[in-house]
Design a protein around this ligand. Structure first.
Ligand SMILES: [Zn+2]
Length: 417
């Protein structure tokens, strides 16, 4: 069977034909070159209006990289025509297999982007002997297509989250859709200021804002301010995931202070490797870890007391009645304020001052769980790692949309992977 036959099966073009296939050394590698020709008497399309126009001249041939076959590089070779459009003047014609000046075919870009969902960008580049930049451009092409075709009409529940990037020196604001079965990243923007979230709501549009029923967020003031102003019909909920995150931050702070203190007093430092023991839910510990935790608990350290305060607070989420939940929260805060552990007292004060929004959780119960927010947050962190090597925020945003956006993909005639 000829390669031509395969190509005509998986990637047939109406106005072009595959002429012949041959070996050629390209960039030091034996490659498979497929020559393409325009159909006889056909005219090229203007790249601005896609009207067929008379040929002006023919350009030297260009190679477009195609999906590799059996580890062999494959190229399309074509000499594009320049066409004279009455409206737009002289331009290089539009070809169906590649975009503008791009030298990778659309099929190859889709192919790389598919793999970049499963593996890190660097691994994809290594496996297919291409550059990190090529993988990046491929993902970007697929994401750009998806973003220009995305649909925001069925959004009733959203979550606003922040993500520390570039070693925590900067932040991204992420907006997720949380409706059941439609969980995805809707939007992400640099920073976590009032301006940042306003940008999302402006893009989201007034009408859609009015339809929002629930907005999940953390206690970050600029977010709360914008949500109150823009999502006027929605219940703003401070969700479980974000609140428990504050507890973990506080426990970690207590632990760090205590490690320092123990070091200075040269006592046996039981806390050095204890970080994860204290941050994990008790139910998730292994037997060995439980044993170590029990040992830790015997010593009356502030870290342990902070840990116990958090474990105790978990009961809050099991209440059915908001009134009882409120009473519990008040009792807990009173006890914590007496604890003399400054970071925990800070948490208690924070809970008190945001009590109303926290209790909204019980109003929405049944309709909203913290699972999705936590899940999406973890996925976002994973996406960041997969795109490792990104140099700009823009690049990071593309990676996040690619992994979490559930975007529509550009149409293809054949699925390679
Ligand atoms: Zn035109």
């Amino acid at each position: 069977m000829l390669v031509k036959t395969i190509l005509n099966t998986i990637e047939k073009f109406k106005s072009f034909i595959y002429r012949k296939t041959y070996w050629e050394e390209i960039a030091g590698e034996n490659s498979l070159v497929n020559e393409l020709l325009p159909r006889k008497n056909s005219q090229g399309e203007c790249c601005q209006c896609t009207k067929r126009c008379p040929t002006y001249d023919t350009q030297p041939s260009r190679d477009y990289e195609y999906v590799p076959l059996w580890g062999i590089r494959v190229y399309f070779r074509y000499s594009p025509r320049r066409v004279t459009c009455k409206e737009h003047g002289i331009h290089v014609e539009l070809v169906p297999w590649a975009d503008g000046k791009e030298r990778m075919t659309k099929s190859y870009q889709s192919f790389l982007a598919h793999w970049a969902k499963r593996l890190s960008w660097k691994e994809v580049a290594n496996i297919f002997k291409t550059s990190w930049e090529s993988v990046y451009r491929s993902v970007k092409w697929v994401v750009d297509y998806g973003l220009s075709h995305r649909d925001w009409d069925d959004v009733e529940q959203i979550g606003v989250d922040e993500l520390a990037v570039f070693k925590g020196h900067k932040y991204l604001t992420l907006v997720y859709q949380l409706d059941k079965g439609r969980r995805r990243l809707l939007w992400c923007g640099m920073d976590r200021k009032v301006k940042t979230l306003l940008r999302f709501f402006r893009q989201f549009g007034k009408e859609r804002c009015l339809k929002l029923k629930f907005v999940c967020s953390d206690m970050w003031k600029p977010y709360l301010k914008v949500i109150k102003k823009k999502a006027i019909n929605a219940l703003n909920i401070l969700d479980r995931f974000h609140i428990m995150k504050k507890f973990n931050e506080a426990i970690d702070e207590v632990r760090r202070q205590e490690v320092k203190k123990l070091e200075m007093e040269e006592k046996e430092n039981v806390l050095v490797n204890g970080r994860w023991l204290l941050l994990k839910k008790a139910a998730n510990l292994t037997q060995k870890q439980t044993h170590r935790l029990n040992k830790l608990l015997k010593i009356n350290l502030a870290s342990i007391r902070a840990y116990l305060l958090r474990e105790d607070f978990q009961r809050f989420w099991t209440y059915k009645s908001p009134a009882w939940a409120e009473k519990f929260l008040e009792d807990w805060a009173t006890r914590t304020m007496r604890s003399k552990i400054a970071p925990m007292k800070k948490v208690a004060r924070m809970l008190r001052s945001h009590k109303k929004l926290i209790l909204n959780w019980f109003q929405a119960k049944g309709e909203l769980s913290s699972g999705p927010v936590e899940g999406l947050n973890n996925k976002a962190k994973l996406a960041m790692r997969k795109a490792y090597g990104f140099k700009s925020v823009n690049c990071l945003q593309i990676a996040l949309y690619h992994q979490l956006g559930k975007l529509i993909e550009p149409p293809t005639t054949h699925r390679f992977c």
